[in-house]
Design a protein around this ligand. Structure first.
Ligand code: NAP
Length: 485
């Protein structure tokens, strides 16, 4: 038994929970999880808009160490995912480690460790900081002219307010990502009128998002863990096919893309509407949207699709560039997230006072998604270049957490006091990523939230096996290991 490291995990979403459980299972108990929200779940805590459903099959959207056989649907609804995450936190006794309503405002490398401060003024001294702060974290709110004068109600999907009524009202929804498509489908049924403002149409692949998982399936999987495991592995094999489709051009990619085109043609017969809904980029280039109900909702008598640009918000609605006024009671922003603001706006400083904003002036970068030059003893989980568009995320978080744990074990054994990735190794990793991104579908000419302000695609263009290999064990040639003076 060596030294006992003090560890701060920032964030209690999927990646924070994966990290905490992995540390615990390896005998590390001296950690706190600082969470801005009042419960666990990360985006699944904050996101509560009507119609919220995960478009990854539930049997894959779970931790390898905490299988849940009895999901209610093949694609689980949002609240059930949040309950699952809370249940995992309970089962693995994370309660004593969790600090809710604790937003990290500053984190400073002291030369030998970290000093982390939360908004309520509490300071945590730590040997390691693990930032599990998430990608879909800060809601993006466009600064539309006139919005401040709107006399109706304004909602962002990532900060839904249940006290705002939507039934029997005239609703505008702005945004056509996975969120916009889900919220339009859910609100249309009971709204007096729903107007969907679409700046860039998305390809929407037909998939049975509300398909129930029969209770019998859950019961069988519960009784027969080996069948449950086989199902998980089959799902992983399916996910591998998906990774192949998005990362390499092939007939398989073309088949999926054709399916997206057929999904539109088969459901939208009106040529004018089909034209309005046809994107000018390849299917799969943006994060793919799945839905069985969106096109039907748009065809409903109380729906209108508006593809003319927004000129201004007026006190009573939205005026489009053709001079038309759309009177509404509620404006719903389904405009996504500032996905590359990892860890910000916290004031984070590394070695020699370098700030994370300076280090990432050209966009977020990290060696193998987890280590940042200039920031010793700090690791990210689902950080820059994480495989949000291709590999099951819980798995990616677990693999990264095990990698970080391996470094902490070496610290525990007294091999070093601080570990910092080299600039050279980080540059090498970036070059490998840039080259592999070339043939990916994300690079075929669309604008998506995958792009950083510096124009890089913030995704991992490798398959699961490559990701597992690169995080299998620390390669100390890529790091500076130092001892405190
Ligand atoms: P998103 O994919 O970034 O989409 C944002 C939408 O808002 C886009 O249609 C964008 O149009 C539009 N927009 C932004 N600013 C605008 C403006 N000023 N005027 C008009 N339109 C504007 O965001 P999201 O739908 O919240 O999805 C983000 C990610 O969350 C998804 O890609 C997915 O990974 C995840 N998600 C997953 C699920 C799920 O089922 N698992 C559900 C919801 C979300 P442009 O395209 O023209 O920029």
């Amino acid at each position: 038994m060596g030294r006992d490291p003090r560890i701060v995990i920032i964030g209690a979403g999927v990646s924070g929970i994966a990290t905490a459980v992995t540390l615990q299972r390896n005998g590390f108990h001296n950690f706190v999880i600082l969470e801005k929200g009042s419960d666990v779940g990360g985006v699944w805590y904050w996101n509560r808009y009507p119609g919220l459903t995960c478009d990854v099959p539930s049997q894959l959207y779970q931790f390898g160490f905490a299988p849940k056989p009895d999901w209610s649907q093949v694609f689980a609804p949002g609240p059930e995912i949040q309950r699952y995450l809370a249940d995992v936190a309970g089962r693995f006794e994370l309660g004593p480690h969790l600090r809710f309503d604790s937003e990290v405002v500053a984190a400073e490398f002291t030369g030998s460790g970290w000093r982390v401060e939360t908004g309520d003024g509490v300071v945590h001294e730590a040997d390691f900081v693990i930032a599990a702060t998430g990608v879909l974290h800060h809601p993006a709110m466009p600064d539309l002219p006139g919005l401040g004068d709107f006399t109706g109600q304004v909602l962002h999907t990532a900060r839904w307010d249940d006290s705002v009524p939507t039934e029997g009202r005239r609703i505008a929804v702005i945004g056509t990502g996975s969120t916009g498509v889900q919220v339009v489908s859910a609100l249309q049924r009971k709204a007096e009128r729903i107007t969907h403002f679409v700046r860039s149409p998305q390809w929407v692949i037909w998939a049975p998002m509300n398909l129930p998982q029969p209770a019998l399936v859950g019961a069988v999987l519960e009784k027969l863990p080996q069948v449950n495991k086989a199902l998980y592995q089959a799902g992983m094999a399916g996910a591998k096919l998906f990774t192949d489709v998005v990362t390499r051009p092939s007939w398989r990619r073309r088949v999926v893309q054709e399916y997206a085109r057929v999904s539109l043609r088969a459901q939208i017969r009106n040529p004018e509407m089909r034209e309005q809904l046809t994107p000018d980029y390849q299917p799969l280039c943006k994060r793919q949207v799945l839905s069985a109900s969106y096109y039907r909702a748009l065809r409903a008598r109380n729906s209108e699709l508006v593809t003319t640009g927004i000129e201004t918000v007026t006190p009573t609605g939205i005026r489009t560039r053709d001079g038309r006024d759309h009177e509404v009671d509620v404006i719903v922003f389904a405009t996504g997230f500032r996905a590359h603001d990892y860890m910000r706006p916290m004031n984070m400083t590394g070695r020699e006072g370098i700030s994370i904003d300076e280090a990432w002036a050209k966009g977020p970068r990290a060696y193998r998604m987890t280590a940042i030059p200039g920031f010793p003893n700090l690791f990210t989980v689902l950080g820059p270049n994480s495989p949000t568009g291709s590999i099951p995320l819980h798995h990616a978080a677990e693999v990264t957490a095990r990698y970080i744990t391996a470094w902490i074990q070496r610290w525990q054994a007294g091999e070093f006091d601080t570990v910092e990735v080299t600039e050279e190794a980080t540059g090498r990793f970036e070059a490998e990523v840039a080259e592999a991104l070339g043939p990916t579908v994300w690079n075929t000419g669309c604008n998506s939230w995958y792009f950083t302000e510096g124009g890089n695609i913030d995704l991992l263009p490798f398959d699961r096996h490559t990701m597992e290999t690169m995080l299998a064990a620390p390669d100390e040639r890529d790091f500076h290991l130092r001892r405190n003076a």
